[in-house]
Structures are given as C-alpha cells and as structure tokens.
Design a protein around this ligand. Structure first.
Ligand SMILES: [Zn+2]
Length: 276
C-alpha cells in the first residue's frame, strides 16, 4: 500500500472512532437583554448602606430584573418585589421604619406579557441572592430551573425555614458557572452581602459584556469607594467580591450594571426596549 493511502486510511479510522455527539449548526449565545422594572421605593435613612456617611439622608432605590434571550431559550435574572405589591396603594410597609418601602409600578407578569413571553416559557432563572426584593416572584415560574449557590440555598431563613421552595427545580452551584457552555452567560460567585450571593456576566453581540452585580454593591459610589453596608454578612468576602468584579470588568471590558442604583437605571433603556 502506498504511504499516502495508508495515511488516509489511518486518518479515516481516527475520524470514525470519534463518536459524533453534537453538530453545532448555528452560533449559540445571548441575543438580547431586557431591563424590567421590578420595584421602586424610598428609604428614610440610607446610612446603613453607607456606614459613617449620609446619616438621616433619604434615598430612592430601584429594584431590577433582567430577561435574557439566549439561542436556547429565556433566562430570567432576579424576580424582584412580589407582584402583589402592585395592588398595595402605600407599598409594602416594612416593620423596620428605616428599611425600604417597596412599590411595584408595574408587575413582572405585565412586562412579560407586553413582550409576548409566557411565564411557562422561561426555562432557566437565577437569583443574585435570597433576599425578598430579589425572590418575590420565583414561584411564578415553578418549571424554571433555578441557579443558586449551595451556600445561599442552605442558609437557614427566618424560623429556620428554607429560603426556596424545596420542590422548585434547582441547580446548586459551588462557584462560577458558564450556564450554556458557550461563554455568553456566566454566573460569578460574589459572596459577602449574603453567604451565597452571585453576579451574572452577560456577553451581548453588539453591546458587549455587561456585569449584573446584584447587591454585591448598591450604588456606583459604594463600588468606587469600596463602601460596605452594615447588614452584609462578611466584610472580607464583600471586599474580595468587589475586587473580583473590578478584575472581571477590566478583563472583559464590561459595563457594571447595579441592581438598586436609581441614578444609573434612570439612564438605561427599559423593556420593551432592549440591549442586543
Ligand atoms: Zn436587594
């Protein structure tokens, strides 16, 4: 046998011995991102978020959800204040007078409806952490696979209650996770505000990389000054997470989108407009 034929046969054998498991016919990735209004409300004293500063200063917070269209389906990041708050004329009055009084100018359900997306079409979701202003509507999507850090999931709630409904399908994470394996949507472990707080790095085709920081930081000024709210569970972890976010922003040339920062969100395109 000629050497060239022998080589060709050997190459064929090599190719045939590798089972074909997946043919990638189309590009996979994130296609667009919608910013949803998931709450707004005043707090009479912002100083717990900025210890040593702003004593008695009133501030308005916003609460934000992000709906992401991936080639494989819809992914929802954070679910905001419960939709039931929309029908409370004075908002959700907290027991602590210095906490935020949440209002719901628009329901999450109405904003999805405006986009023609049924709750049952959301295949995957994630929450930055388990606080009620982020998990208020998780059970609107009982079928959506919830991505949450194990440290957050296992963190006992009030009266030792679980923080998530035990029957809800869940992926328990112990660190970073490339959700679809194509690098377009990556959950980043950023503990400190809570034991299993996480952020989301989204790579959009035109807009580029965006880092959704949840409550790893509450305002741009807190990020720039590395200011840590008094209610965070760990200062050390918060500092490390802020540095991880800063390093990721630099490496990915990402924009930092802060969930509760009203000044920032006032300048953003809200759903039904979108970022692609
Ligand atoms: Zn929050």
């Amino acid at each position: 046998m000629k050497r060239s034929i022998r080589l060709a046969l050997a190459a064929m054998a090599l190719v045939l011995s590798v089972p074909v498991v997946y043919v990638q016919s189309e590009k996979t990735g994130v296609e667009r991102l919608y910013i949803l209004n998931c709450g707004e409300g005043p707090t009479s004293d912002v100083s717990r978020w900025t210890p040593g500063m702003n004593e008695g200063k009133a501030v308005v917070f916003v609460d934000t959800c992000y709906l992401i269209k991936h080639t494989q389906g819809w992914f929802l990041w954070d679910t905001g204040v419960p939709d039931a708050v929309a029908s409370m004329p004075n908002g959700l009055i907290p027991s602590d007078p210095k906490a935020t009084v949440w209002h719901r100018p628009k329901t999450l359900a109405a904003q999805l409806d405006q986009l023609g997306v049924k709750p049952s079409e959301i295949k995957w979701m994630g929450v930055s952490h388990s606080h009620p202003d982020h998990t208020g509507n998780v059970e609107m999507f009982p079928q959506a696979i919830l991505h949450v850090q194990k440290a957050e999931y296992d963190w006992p709630g009030a009266n030792n209650e679980p923080r998530f409904k035990p029957s809800h399908p869940v992926v328990l994470l112990t660190g970073d996770r490339d959700v679809f394996g194509d690098g377009s949507l990556t959950i980043l472990s950023t503990p400190g505000h809570t034991p299993g707080h996480q952020s989301l790095l989204v790579k959009l085709p035109k807009t580029g990389a965006v880092l959704l920081s949840g409550d790893a930081v509450h305002f741009r000024s807190n990020f720039d000054g590395r200011v840590i709210p008094s209610m965070n569970v760990s200062k050390e972890q918060t500092t490390a997470s802020m540095q991880k976010i800063a390093d990721t922003i630099e490496k990915e040339k990402a924009r930092l989108w802060i969930n509760h920062d009203k000044a920032q969100r006032d300048g953003q395109k809200m759903s039904p407009e979108f970022y692609d």
